[in-house]
Design a protein around this ligand. Structure first.
Ligand code: PLP
Length: 392
């Protein structure tokens, strides 16, 4: 079954003057590249602070590690959710201290845990006994939080759930073991899946967290202090979602229902929702063709593809709004990348309407591409360089 993407209107995604400013910058540059409007990120950060006034924000660096973005967030007082020693160095080289950093990856080498510890990081995620024992040895006395599995897989466009986390019973075992190993059993984390559209996913996860808090308090005398709600808040792609305000109101209500007004320390780790809407990936049409004389749709090949920043089009999971300047009659099109790999097709089932007069050399503006594009771009597949990025 095929579906048609709607015709994309810029005003649904950007203020006209913002787009005009980004476009006039983009007009000077060769494609492909991402242009990031940092003012949009500032606004998104403010919106998060306003809507979650009680939460500490830990930016998930993997969404986009551009120095300009990290610097902006550093200056706004953000903390950082970090997954590797490389991200750690990058953030600390900007003067961020270890007390603003959480090592959020549950899959890590012992020597990397030690490296974080030596650089002053004292907060670690875990979801397994082997990792917890490594933390106890390499980062003695640190705070640990245990990540639990969530079931948001069906309603998140980019699920993160299956690979990370453990069942509730195991989470409790790990928190008890943490105490016995001389660590501080600090809290529980979850991630409901990225681009999570269903707000009740947070409710279900918080319900599990509540059980862990209560049982550990009553049965083991362990007083947990913190809930890390991860990321998952959505960006503006073709499939629209509720506003951040609606998410925040509902989630706050869930927390109050489970924990009362005097609830624990709350951490959120936004990546996508903070950055995606600020970026436009500008690409160019390389070729337009048909596969037969009678084919009903065209193939539009662009100079950006799955390996140069658009990996989230895998299984057509994330449907980016694509804006073109030409107007008029449209035709269903398959959109594909420039490499010699047949997996490099972005949209084939979901048909994007492209103007009939679209021509080689015309530009495609992929909206809401600030997150998970440059950071996913391959170094040299087929000789194509990594996706460039300009922050303005
Ligand atoms: C990727 C990731 C995030 C960010 O998720 P978004 O859906 O982009 O907000 C947050 N926390 C952890 C542990 C992650 O791995």
């Amino acid at each position: 079954m095929t579906h048609n993407a709607p015709n994309i209107q810029i005003d649904d995604y950007f203020a006209a003057d913002t787009f005009a400013r980004m476009k006039s910058f983009a007009d000077q540059k060769d494609t492909p590249f991402v242009v990031i409007d940092t003012a949009t990120i500032s606004r998104a950060y403010q919106e998060l602070e306003d809507n979650f006034p009680y939460a500490s924000i830990y930016y998930a660096v993997k969404a986009n590690p551009a120095v300009d973005i990290l610097t902006l967030l550093r200056d706004r007082g953000a903390n950082f959710d970090i997954a590797s020693i490389y991200e750690l160095d990058k953030v600390m080289n900007l003067g961020v201290t270890g007390d603003r950093i959480s090592y959020g990856n549950t899959i890590k080498k012992s020597k990397d845990i030690r490296y974080f510890y030596e650089r002053g990081v004292r907060m670690f995620a875990t979801d397994s006994e082997a990792d917890l024992r490594n933390i106890a040895r390499a980062a003695p006395g640190s705070r640990v939080y245990v990540r639990i599995l969530t079931e948001g897989t069906l309603t998140a466009d980019w699920p993160l759930s299956r690979k990370f986390g453990c069942q509730t019973d195991m989470a409790m075992d790990l928190l008890i073991l943490a105490r016995d190993l001389g660590l501080i059993p600090y809290g529980v984390s979850f991630h409901v899946g990225s681009q999570q559209r269903e707000i009740s996913s947070w409710d279900a996860a918080l319900g599990k967290v509540k059980v862990i808090f209560e049982r550990l308090r009553e049965e083991d005398g362990i007083e947990l202090k913190m809930i890390n709600m991860g990321g998952g808040f959505p960006a503006n792609y073709i499939t629209r979602t509720n506003t951040l305000e609606t998410y925040a109101q509902e989630i706050t209500r869930f927390i109050e229902e489970d924990f009362g007004k005097d609830f624990p320390e709350i951490i959120i780790e936004p990546g996508r929702s903070l950055i995606a809407n600020a970026g436009i990936l500008v690409s160019e049409v390389v070729l337009i063709s048909r596969k037969s004389r009678t084919a009903l749709h065209r193939w539009v090949f662009t100079d950006v593809g799955k390996f140069s920043g658009l990996i989230e089009t895998l299984d057509e999971s994330i449907k980016f709004p694509i804006y073109v300047e030409k107007k008029g009659e449209v035709e269903e099109s398959v959109i594909a990348g420039p490499t010699c790999d047949s997996a490099d097709i972005m949209y084939e089932n979901y048909k994007y309407p492209m103007p009939l007069n679209l021509a080689i050399g015309d530009r495609l503006y992929w909206l809401s591409t600030g997150a998970y594009t440059t950071s996913y771009s391959a170094i040299e597949f087929n000789g194509f360089p990594p996706l460039k990025e300009y922050c303005i």
